[in-house]
Design a protein around this ligand. Structure first.
Ligand code: GDP
Ligand code: MN
Length: 394
C-alpha cells in the first residue's frame, strides 16, 4: 500500500527525520492560508498523488507570493496529473501540501528496498540526487552506494556513518545524515514498510540535512497489525478494478489486455496468463477464485472481471480439487443470465464433479464454449475473441 508524501513525512518525523514545515490544503484558499501560517516568503505547492516525478509534470511549484500559491493550487486541484509513473490516465489531485521552501545546496538520493534475492533490506544512496534512481543508474552508475542490512542486528550506526562518508558529506553534516538514515531504516523495520525513498534528501544552504520528498510503501500482508498505517490508505489513488475486487474478498490484479480470466489457484492463474499470451492474446487480469467457490462467488468474480471496460472475452479455467465443477458451472450460468453476457465465454472444467458441471452448462442452453485442456481453452478464447472483433468490425 502506498501513502502520500505528507503522510510519509509525518511518519518520518516520528523517527527523528527532519522535514520542511507544511500543511495540507484542499482548496486554493486553504493553500494560501497554509502559506500565511508558515514563515518566510517562498513556498512550495505539491500535488499529493501516489506517484513520483510530479515535478516534471507540473505537480511541484515554487511560489513567491500568495497569488502564485493560489494559481498553482487552482491549476493542480481537480487535475489528473500524468507522470511517467501513473500511466496515460494519470492520477487525480484532490489534496495539496504547502511547504516552506528550502534553499538547496545539494540533492542526495536515499532509498531503502527489500532485496528479494538477498532477503535483506538494501540501502541505496547517491550524491547525484534529484533525478530518479533509474536515471542515476544509467547516467551516473558509479555514484551509487549500496549497503546491505543484516536482519539479525538491524541497521548499525557505523553502517549509516559509512554511507554518509561515501556520499562525501562534510564532517559537520555526518551526525545529521546518520540520524536521517537510521530514522528511515527504523520506519521501514518497525512499521512493516517495504520501501522508503527520500529523493531528494537535501543539504540546505544553512547546512542542515532535510528530507525534501518522501515515498513510503507498506507490506499489505502486515496491515492487519498496523491499524494506524491502514488508516492512511487513499483508495482514490489506487486501481479502481483492484479496489472493487479486494472489497469483495477476491484476489485480483489488473492487467492491460482484453481476455478476462477466472481461475482457481494462484499457480494455475499464472499459467493461464502465459497460455493466453502464447495463443496470441493478452490477459486483462489475474483472478484466483479460491477453493470451494460457490456460484455466488463465481458471479462476483464475473462482475469484478467485467468491471474492466477493456474485457472482450472471458476464460474460466478450473482444476477442481476442493472446488466443485458443478458449483462453478452454476456460477457461470448465473452470471451469464444475470449479467446478460454477449461476449464470448470459454469454460474449461476438470476434476471434482466434472460430469455434473458439464451437464449444468449443456442443460443451460447458453452459448458457453467448452474446452478440455488448458491449451485448448486458451486457443479457443483467443479465437473467439478475434472472431467477435472481426464481426464487430465488418
Ligand atoms: P517529485 O518530482 O515527485 O519527485 O517531487 P519532489 O518533491 O522530489 O520535487 C522535485 C524537485 O523539485 C526536487 O528534486 C527539487 O529539485 C525541487 N524542489 C522541491 N522542493 C523544493 C524546495 O523547497 N526548494 C527548492 N529550491 N527546490 C525544491
Ligand atoms: Mn522526489
Amino acid at each position: 500500500m502506498d501513502i502520500h508524501e505528507y503522510q510519509a513525512k509525518d511518519l518520518l518525523t516520528r523517527f527523528g527525520v527532519q522535514v520542511p514545515r507544511g500543511g495540507i490544503a484542499y482548496s486554493p484558499e486553504q493553500a494560501v492560508y497554509r502559506a500565511s501560517e508558515l514563515s518566510g516568503d517562498k513556498w512550495v505547492v505539491k500535488a499529493q498523488i501516489h506517484s513520483g516525478a510530479r515535478g516534471k509534470a507540473g505537480g511541484v511549484r515554487i511560489c513567491s507570493s500568495e497569488e502564485e500559491v493560489s494559481d498553482a493550487a487552482t491549476w493542480m486541484l481537480g487535475r489528473k496529473l500524468v507522470t511517467h509513473q501513473t500511466g496515460p490516465q494519470g492520477k487525480l489531485v484532490s489534496r495539496l501540501y504547502v511547504e516552506e521552501a528550502t534553499s538547496i545546496a545539494q540533492e542526495i538520493y536515499l532509498g531503502f528496498v527489500m532485496d528479494r534475492k538477498l532477503e535483506r533490506v538494501v540501502v541505496v544512496a547517491s550524491a547525484q540526487g534529484g533525478m530518479e534512481i533509474e536515471e542515476i543508474s544509467e547516467q551516473e552508475p558509479e555514484s551509487i552506494i549500496r549497503s546491505v542490512v543484516d536482519p539479525a542486528v538491524g541497521m548499525q550506526a557505523f553502517q549509516a556513518r559509512e554511507i554518509a562518508f561515501s556520499l562525501g558529506l562534510e564532517p559537520p553534516l555526518i551526525a545529521q545524515a546518520v540520524k536521517t538514515i537510521m530514522g528511515c531504516y527504523r520506519l521501514m523495520a518497525e512499521m512493516d514498510a517495504n520501501m522508503v525513498e527520500v529523493n531528494p534528501m537535501v543539504v540546505t544552504q544553512a547546512g542542515e540535512i532535510v528530507a525534501l520528498d518522501a515515498k513510503v510503501s507498506f507490506d499489505d500482508n502486515a496491515l492487519f497489525r498496523r491499524p494506524e498505517i491502514a488508516e492512511l490508505r487513499d483508495k482514490s489513488q489506487e486501481d479502481t478494478r483492484e479496489t472493487y475486487a479486494e472489497d469483495r474478498g477476491l484476489s485480483y490484479i489488473g492487467l492491460d489486455g482484453e481476455i478476462g480470466c477466472i481461475v482457481n489457484g494462484a499457480g494455475l492463474a499464472m499459467a493461464t496468463l502465459d497460455m493466453i499470451k502464447m495463443s496470441g492474446g493478452e490477459p486483462a487480469n489475474f483472478l484466483d477464485v479460491g477453493g470451494g467457490a460457490s456460484p455466488e462467488r463465481v458471479l462476483k468474480s464475473f462482475k469484478a472481471v467485467l468491471n474492466d471496460p477493456n474485457v472482450e472475452a472471458i476464460l474460466v479455467n478450473i482444476f477442481a480439487g476442493i472446488n466443485r465443477c458443478d458449483w462453478i458451472a452454476e456460477g457461470v450460468v448465473l452470471a451469464m443470465k444475470e449479467l446478460d453476457l454477449t461476449l464470448p465465454v470459454v469454460v474449461r472444467l476438470s476434476g471434482t464433479n466434472v460430469e455434473e458441471g458439464r451437464k449444468v452448462l449443456d442443460d443451460s442452453g447458453l452459448p458457453v464454449i467448452t474446452a478440455d485442456t488448458l491449451a485448448e481453452a486458451a486457443d479457443s478464447v483467443v479465437g473467439a475473441w478475434k472472431d467477435a472483433k472481426f464481426k464487430e468490425a465488418s
